[in-house]
Ligand binder design. Structure first.
Ligand code: C2O
Ligand code: CU
Ligand code: CU
Length: 480
């Protein structure tokens, strides 16, 4: 009888009941809401960029220093803006003292420039990534993709925004003044030890649910405050957390308009009262503060009930913008033109002979189609220019969420749980990451264009809950 490497676990519920929800509390020294000012990452533009991945330290908690990683600084990175059609070049120097990789999440670029786990940068080495920008304006990002170490390296602070602009965004009357009415919000949650260091994987469930914390950072500051002009304000929101799903809303219950999904502007603004973002997802929203002079708002997460950001509308705007009713046309792939479909089943398993109750989820593995990530195995071969339907199934029970991400392209969501009507208003655009609740099935449509791959540099698909990715919920595909 053939021995299986993994036991599929469908009844993980018992474990949940035994272990409870472990989100250990950081304790004192956590600054109050609004105690610090929202940091705005410096904006880099042009064609050639130098990024240094380095160690640093930050005072997140009052009077305590936290050892961190950062890019050209102590924590997070400069924000980079490039233009559709431009040839750009990045020199990425690894000054960390451990191997890393730097992935351009959301970029439609050749796989050997993608910065996946095959493009490892050894300590002291510089990796050059050069590519042509060939995509719509949107808010993409970059972060490490080191096999088995991605979660920890991102947690330490390595992440930044990579924005694309194009003729469409030039022509639209959108808020565009960086740090004034065009404001990045990189959302992260962290847990600390009493000495101030990050408590990465310190709880029993961290490897299973993914690493969540009880302290909320925006752009690397604990629940800070931002001063805003009394006008339309655009926020580029990145869920840069390892595992937490946010449902964002404003304290006065106001609605706002979403103008972009992960990779591009929507065809028209979508009015929302709350916005759900899973790890890796982005959205751009416009909040109308025109008649709010003197008001104070709070951006909060309705799932954890945490306050993330205090907003004071106290500045006279230098100029007014008026969000257009339409933003432009997107090109949609027709499901009837799909030439094949593939299935990706996301599940949890455990190694035979190792108890899941031992250690911090020690034996847990996360699987796609029953197997754990293997750098030496190509899981899928996708012909160039074929339209395909990918069906993603979250087979996990008991509240296990996954956030499915595909490299090298964008997709759109055709169905959620068997029906197009279940696709949420806030996800009807170009996407590269999609949330699957427990038991959910999502169909996406995609076409790999422009670039074939060599077997030495495949693209990745994976769960963007980074502890799931690091524990095997990832696969590789080539384009031929
Ligand atoms: Cu943002 Cu493969 O990751
Ligand atoms: Cu990616
Ligand atoms: Cu997952």
């Amino acid at each position: 009888m053939q021995r299986r490497n993994f036991l599929q676990l469908s009844g993980a519920g018992l474990l949940w009941q035994l272990a409870g929800r472990s989100e250990a509390y950081t304790g004192g020294s956590v600054p109050a809401l609004g105690a610090s000012t929202l940091p705005i990452p410096p904006l880099l533009t042009g064609n050639s960029f130098h990024l240094s991945l380095q160690t640093g330290q930050m005072e997140f908690l009052t009077g305590k220093m936290t050892p961190t990683y950062g890019i050209n600084g102590n924590y997070l990175a400069p924000a980079i803006k490039v233009r559709d059609g431009d040839n750009v070049s990045f020199n990425v120097t690894n000054n960390l003292g451990e191997a890393t990789a730097l992935h351009w999440h959301g970029m439609h670029i050749p796989a050997d420039m993608d910065g996946g786990p095959h493009q490892l940068i050894q300590p002291g080495a510089t990796w050059n990534a050069a590519f042509t920008v060939r995509q719509r304006a949107g808010t993409n990002w970059f972060h490490p993709h080191t096999h088995g170490q991605t979660g920890r390296q991102v947690y330490m602070g390595l992440a930044g925004l990579l924005m694309v602009e194009d003729a469409q965004t030039d022509a639209l009357d959108l808020p565009k003044t960086w740090g004034e009415d065009d404001i990045p919000l990189i959302l992260q949650d962290r847990r600390f030890r009493t000495d101030g260091s990050f408590a990465y994987l310190s709880g029993m469930m961290d490897s299973i649910q993914g690493m969540r914390g009880d302290v909320f950072l925006v752009n690397g500051a604990v629940s800070p405050r931002v001063s805003l002009p009394a006008k339309e304000v655009r926020f580029r929101v990145l869920n840069g957390s390892n595992a937490r799903v946010y449902r964002l809303a404003f304290s006065d219950g106001r609605t706002f308009r979403q103008i972009a999904t992960d990779n591009a502007l929507l065809e028209a603004p979508v009015e929302l009262g709350a916005l759900t973002l899973s790890p890796g997802e982005r959205a751009e929203i416009v909040v109308d503060c025109t008649v709010d002079m003197g008001k104070r708002l709070v951006l909060w997460d309705t799932l954890s009930r945490a306050s993330l950001l205090m907003l004071d509308i106290d500045k006279t705007p230098a100029q007014i913008t008026t969000l257009p009713a339409t933003l432009g046309n997107l090109t949609w792939l027709n499901p009837a033109a799909a030439v094949r479909s593939r299935t990706f089943s996301l599940s949890m398993g455990m190694r035979m002979g190792m108890g899941m109750m031992m250690g911090a989820g020690g034996g847990t593995q996360f699987l796609i189609n029953g197997v754990s990530m293997d750098l030496a195995r190509i899981d899928q071969t996708v012909p160039l220019n074929d339209i395909e339907i990918w069906e993603i199934r979250n087979t996990g029970a008991m509240g296990m969420l996954h956030s499915f991400h595909v490299h090298g392209t964008h997709f759109s969501i055709v169905e959620r749980n068997g029906s197009a009507a279940n696709v949420h208003a806030y996800e009807k655009g170009y996407k590269d990451t999609v949330l699957l609740g427990s038991g959910e099935v999502v169909k996406i449509i995609l076409k790999m264009t422009d670039y074939t791959t060599g077997a030495n540099a495949p693209y990745m698909f994976h769960c963007h809950i980074l502890e799931h990715e690091d524990r095997g919920m990832m696969g590789q595909f080539i384009v031929t």
